[in-house]
Design a protein around this ligand. Structure first.
Ligand SMILES: Cc1cc2nc3c(=O)[nH]c(=O)nc-3n(C[C@H](O)[C@H](O)[C@H](O)COP(=O)(O)OP(=O)(O)OC[C@H]3O[C@@H](n4cnc5c(N)ncnc54)[C@H](O)[C@@H]3O)c2cc1C
Length: 268
């Protein structure tokens, strides 16, 4: 879509360039930005000049994903990555209602900051306990769990001037077993529920509900929970919602069924 009110596009090359003027917004892959009306947006600050497409393993063994890494790039990385959790990266990329062409442009940062309930990059990060490094306009930085960023379906705790710099996945989570299930009302529809789980080497388990609840629901257990306990926790979770992609009751029901499957897979 042509954003006819946009008068200028600046390419950011340093932190100083990230100061937003009136009507300016950050531009990453542009797949959402150019897919909808953007009332009041008169300028774009293109983040591509910052070259934030790193996929580095730190000396501590953590994976650092630059915010401008494309989802397609992350998928390619996962095909040869020597980590037990690597399949979750591929499954999460494929959970988007987006063709390979969109995934080649859409960034990990853009998907997280857009923060739809069906954001599979939020699901991936929440399941692996990833943190986000946020650059604030006053020159300070903060590090927060990605799971804590969404405040609703498409809203976040970020200020408009905050920039997501990178996402860090702890090395311990990369060594975990993972599993994922997804369901949509239509065969090629956006996720109505996305259920993910992780079982650490020492046995602790994390189960995450996204797309079905407005913000990520993260359930943690010191060891594999009994099936009944997990089911009760899933059914008791809050935030199931109704929209054209599914009713709250349906979302609750399919979350219980599919997270039980995730548990079964992790139990093996
Ligand atoms: C065909 C199609 C299918 C889609 N399917 C899904 C889906 O299944 N699930 C889902 O959740 N979403 C879906 N989306 C929306 C999706 O969230 C985005 O298109 C994509 O992930 C956004 O990434 P982007 O890099 O293109 O960001 P952009 O479109 O460039 O930006 C998205 C938003 O994030 C901000 N932003 C981007 N990067 C940063 C950063 N580093 N720091 C601060 N702000 C930033 C921008 O200012 C903008 O507000 C779909 C979109 C399309 C076009």
């Amino acid at each position: 879509m042509d954003l006819t009110a946009v008068q200028a596009v600046r390419i950011a090359r340093s932190r100083a360039d990230l100061t937003l003027g009136p009507g300016e917004r950050y531009l990453a892959g542009g797949t959402w930005m150019f897919s909808d009306d953007q009332p009041g947006v008169t300028g774009l600050v293109d983040l591509s000049g910052l070259r934030w497409d790193e996929l580095d393993v730190t000396t501590a063994g953590d994976l650092r994903i630059g915010a401008m890494t494309t989802i397609g790039g992350l998928e390619r990385w996962a095909t040869t990555a020597p980590y037990p959790a690597a399949p979750l990266f591929t499954q999460s990329a494929e959970s988007l209602l987006a063709s390979f062409k969109v995934r080649a442009a859409a960034t990990v940062g853009g998907n997280i900051v857009r923060s739809y309930a069906a954001s599979s990059m939020v699901a991936l990060a929440a399941t692996l306990d990833a943190t986000a490094t946020i650059w604030h306009a006053d020159g300070t930085d903060s590090v927060v769990p990605v799971a804590s960023l969404p405040t609703g379906n498409g809203t976040t705790s970020l200020a408009p001037t905050d920039v997501l710099r990178d996402v860090v996945v702890p090395g311990a989570a990369l060594g975990a077993l993972t599993a994922s299930r997804r369901i949509a009302l239509a065969q090629h529809g956006r996720s109505g529920a996305l259920l993910t789980g992780r079982r650490d080497l020492e046995g602790a388990c994390t189960f995450v509900i996204t797309a079905a609840t407005l913000i990520p629901t993260v359930l943690r257990y010191p060891s594999l929970p009994e099936a009944k306990r997990l089911e009760a926790d899933v059914r008791g979770a809050t935030g199931y919602y109704t929209d054209p992609l599914g009713s709250a009751d349906w979302r609750r029901q399919v979350s219980a069924v599919l997270l039980a499957e995730v548990r079964e897979e992790l139990a093996q």
